[in-house]
Write a protein that binds this ligand. Structure first.
Ligand SMILES: [Mg+2]
Length: 249
């Protein structure tokens, strides 16, 4: 048998975080704009799609500073919000930036839709008696709610879910991969599947796992690590598992 344990990243691996992010941010901005129009804080509404495009531009612009830990998550969120509001000559305060993002985190899970093939993939793994888990970087409540929303609760119990904020260690640190293995009770023949080259592919390979690069955002590889496969769709993972006779349990 090739792999006895298969763990997954969550965002952009099992569902499109990009889509959920856009829909949830647009929803929050629409609500905010309605309120401001009522309160006469702004004179006329602006195009939500245009506003989001700018918000996304500043999200991407400041992301690197956050990822390399030059700024905190809160500063990152305030910066992208501030720069966007400034560009549209709309009111800004830190307090409002924080409230905007608090609302976003409250509702983003409701916009999460599973990638095609997710249910079938989970059923295949179950049939083959493969241990399954999720290792994800992020906030505890938000990540658990997303898992439930995309219908994974019937396949995966809470003790198979490893969230960085809950454990105090995040990918690509190998500690989180080791911890997951200890909790799942297995140590060999393990595969990790994720969309982040650095966090998922490098992290897993450096921790001694096989890795599949599920490149849903079409990002180039940045090191010479060697995943067992590179795909762009979850259905391709499903096909690999389906056709892998060595994985028959
Ligand atoms: Mg991801």
């Amino acid at each position: 048998m090739r792999w006895r344990t298969v763990c997954f990243d969550l965002d952009n691996t099992l569902f499109s975080h990009e889509d959920a992010f856009e829909k949830a941010i647009c929803y929050c901005f629409e609500k905010l704009q309605e309120q401001w129009l009522q309160e006469n804080r702004i004179e006329s509404p602006i195009d939500v799609a245009m506003w989001f495009k700018t918000f996304k531009k500043y999200s991407d612009l400041h992301w690197n500073q956050f990822e390399t830990r030059k700024i905190t998550a809160q500063t990152y969120r305030r910066l992208r919000y501030h720069d966007t509001m400034k560009e549209f000559q709309m009111p800004y305060s830190d307090k409002e930036a924080d409230a905007f993002h608090a609302q976003y985190y409250d509702i983003v899970d409701s916009f999460s839709e599973p990638f095609e093939g997710l249910d079938e993939l989970m059923n295949e793994l179950k049939e083959r008696n493969v241990k399954v888990g999720i290792i994800t970087n992020g906030g505890v409540d938000t990540q658990y709610r997303k898992i439930e929303k995309i219908g994974l609760s019937s396949f995966i119990n809470n003790d198979q879910i490893f969230v960085s904020d809950e454990l105090g260690v995040a990918k690509p640190n190998r500690e989180i991969f080791d911890l997951a293995l200890r909790k799942l009770g297995v140590t060999n023949e393990k595969l990790f599947i994720g969309d982040s080259w650095e966090h998922d592919v490098c992290g897993a390979i450096d921790a001694g796992w096989d890795a599949i690069y599920l490149n849903t955002r079409k990002q180039p590889a940045s090191t010479d690590h060697e995943p067992v496969a590179t795909y762009t769709k979850l259905t391709q993972v499903l096909n690999l598992i389906k056709n892998d006779q060595t994985m028959k349990g």
